[in-house]
Design a protein around this ligand. Sequence first.
Ligand SMILES: NC(=O)c1ccc[n+]([C@@H]2O[C@H](COP(=O)([O-])OP(=O)(O)OC[C@H]3O[C@@H](n4cnc5c(N)ncnc54)[C@H](OP(=O)(O)O)[C@@H]3O)[C@@H](O)[C@H]2O)c1
Length: 369
Amino acid sequence: MTISDQSKHMHRAIELAQRGLYTTDPNPRVGCVLVKAGEVVGEGWHARAGGPHAERVALTAAGVAARGATAFVTLEPCNHSGRTDPCSEALIAAGVAQVVCAMRDPTPWVSGGGVEKLTQAGIEVDVGVLEDEARMLNPGYLSRALRGRPLIRSKLAVSLDGRTALANGVSQWLTGEAAREDVHRWRARASAVLTGIGTLLADDPALDARLGDSTIDLRHPSRIIIDSRLRTPLGAKTLSLPGERLIFTRASDPDKAAALAAQGVAVERVGGDGQCDLREVARRLGELEFNEVWVEAGPRLNGALLRAGLIDELVIYIAPLLLGNAARGMFDLGELTALAQSPRLMLDECRQIGADLRVIARPANVPDA
Ligand SMILES: NC(=O)c1ccc[n+]([C@@H]2O[C@H](COP(=O)([O-])OP(=O)(O)OC[C@H]3O[C@@H](n4cnc5c(N)ncnc54)[C@H](OP(=O)(O)O)[C@@H]3O)[C@@H](O)[C@H]2O)c1
């Protein structure tokens, strides 16, 4: 098979994996294509945790045609029994002749084991076809495996002069309908939407995810509130919406915690000097199997997250209006006295969404997973 044919089939496997964008969490998005004598004989993708993995779906679709085929998989096949049996064994049992995977799975429970098992069974294995593209399917899963914390993206809606809210706190809505729909797609792909108590008290935001496409069986992202003093009102809108709700706090207030628990809201105490230790929060979110976390907070929490090196990506919507110098900024960073102290960013993307601009940037000092 030529390199261009290999790329074509892996590209298709990546397209299939993308169908799980909103549903596989906490599992990775994975696609698989089975090819025999130049013809595609089976395709599959992983749709939902607990459901069959991409390789099994493709093997079932191919039936006996899988014997002697080449499997293109976007991630190293698993080699452990979880809710389903190992895919490496299924590929061997089906008599697949060759496996081409885009990348190894760095999680400790796979990490090379799938490739080894296949190779021991006499199957030829190639790794690394379209690896960069495949990595982009699962940035949060990889972050959790390699750094022990989720990928953290922070969204800010700002005026063209970089302001997030009026001095009196009013910020809804700076951006137009198209940008707000875009935000719903980012929320929907995230494991959790995280906010600060400042935003919760000022805006009482819903923070749920709504997609226009009713064919997608959406998994509701969890909502996380960073609230050192446990001031979250019991009637906060986001607490009444479906999906897990979790508050990180420094406070010990058993009555309030019990009232929240009665509403199904979990409260976890974390360390910290007065305020919540955000690195501890991030580690805990990794333990809880959150892959991608989408932050919608004000300048205080955003400033603290940025200073702690916990923001991997900024998604900034810039609305064509001006709020003036009395309005609030994006990040509380204290007073900088030299440009050398200012966090540097790398721009990844700039595009127009409706009447607004969307800029995606990465803090330069936060290493990728
Ligand atoms: N334009 C936008 O995209 C956008 C998005 C969201 C919000 N906003 C606006 O932002 C404003 C609220 O901003 P805000 O800065 O007050 O609220 P915030 O950033 O949402 O929340 C800040 C609060 O988080 C708590 N916190 C806990 N641990 C922390 C830590 N380690 N570091 C920092 N904070 C910690 C603190 O309260 P405790 O000490 O009590 O825990 C702090 O006051 C509102 O006007 C809202 O409309 C704008």
